[in-house]
Design a protein around this ligand. Structure first.
Ligand SMILES: Nc1nc2c(ncn2[C@@H]2O[C@H](COP(=O)(O)OP(=O)(O)OP(=O)(O)O)[C@@H](O)[C@H]2O)c(=O)[nH]1
Length: 303
């Protein structure tokens, strides 16, 4: 940790928003590296992922919470709890909404939760590249009276419009504090977690008919053979044999494609040649087994 400088600002910022509003895209744009899974399938961000933004003047540690939704299973319950418990630990909250969609029950659910928090809340209107500037006041008006927002900040996380403005605003308002993490660190998650996210992303992208909640990735080993090659073993855990069939595909073609695409991403991340070995396992009802959630990487200090 660096010594405390009088003009260095730092803190923890939670990114909250209903599924698909662009939280991961925003985080990735700011952090400049692919750390959170991105896809069109809702509710794919499961763990708290921290992206870390560091300059000479400031460090912002972002917490990317899972999509908040009404829990139906123990996994849903876990996701909601971890999203909400994150709010007590932060210095500011970004409530991200989409300019392309009307305020809905998902937003209202979050607004109700946010009414209880004391931290400054910024309303981030994302996807402004998709709407006419003249429509913005009307979009903002849907939220204006719901919470005492510190500021309303329209952005396009995809194109980067006004994201710098958002960062400047955050930096100015974060307290003077230490640099919590080294300058070159963008995520506090171990390689294992990021590798699992990359495999998970390919499963979702390539097998559209899968229910995202019913797939877990368990990276069992990452071994560096020598200077240049890395051996990765991982299980893709599903609930039903039918899902296993979909993921394996005709003569193993789907699994091969998942493996190839995931391997390319992992190589980019780790900078070395990767041998990726994937297995598909059926574990009926794993979603409702707390102990297994823990085994398959859904960890929380509360459990
Ligand atoms: N046009 C446009 N699309 C965006 C923007 N930001 C995100 N998207 C798209 O919206 C979709 C969802 O983005 P994500 O970043 O995965 O959304 P998320 O809020 O993290 O979603 P969950 O993980 O499901 O909670 C993706 O297809 C993005 O490319 C934006 O500023 N403009």
């Amino acid at each position: 940790m660096d010594t405390l400088k009088a003009d260095f600002h730092s803190g923890f910022v939670a990114i909250i928003g209903r599924p698909n509003v662009g939280k991961s895209t925003l985080l990735n744009y700011v952090v400049g590296q692919k750390v959170a899974i991105m896809s069109n399938v809702a509710q794919t961000t499961r763990n708290k992922i921290q992206g870390i933004y560091t300059t000479n003047e400031a460090q912002i540690v972002f917490i990317d919470t899972p999509g908040i939704h009404k829990p139906q299973t123990k996994l849903g319950d876990f996701m909601e709890r971890s999203a909400l418990s994150a709010l007590d630990e932060v210095d500011a909250i970004l409530f991200v909404v989409s300019a392309t969609e009307k305020r809905g029950p998902g937003d209202n659910f979050i607004i109700e939760r946010l009414k209880k928090v004391q931290q400054p809340i910024y309303l981030v209107i994302n996807k402004i590249d998709q709407v006419h500037p003249n429509d913005l006041p009307e979009i903002v008006a849907q939220y204006n009276d719901t919470l005492p927002f510190k500021k309303v900040i329209p952005v396009s996380a995809l194109q980067g419009n006004n994201v710098n403005g958002l960062i400047d605003e955050l930096v100015d308002n974060l307290p003077v504090g230490p640099q919590y993490y080294p300058t070159d660190q963008v995520s506090d998650h171990p390689e294992r977690f990021v590798v699992a996210e990359m495999i998970r992303e390919k499963v979702f992208l390539l097998t559209r008919q899968e229910v995202p909640h019913s797939v877990a990735i368990d990276v069992t080993s990452i071994k560096r053979n020598n200077e240049e090659t890395i051996e990765v073993d991982a299980n893709i855990i599903v609930e039903r044999p039918g899902q296993k069939g979909i993921i394996i595909g005709k003569k193993g073609s789907m699994l091969k494609e998942i493996g190839t695409q995931a391997r390319q991403d992992i190589e980019r991340l780790l900078g070395d040649k990767v041998y990726l070995h994937l297995w598909v396992k059926v574990v009926p009802g794993w979603r409702d087994k707390n102990a297994m959630l823990k085994d398959y990487g859904y960890r929380s200090t509360d459990y």
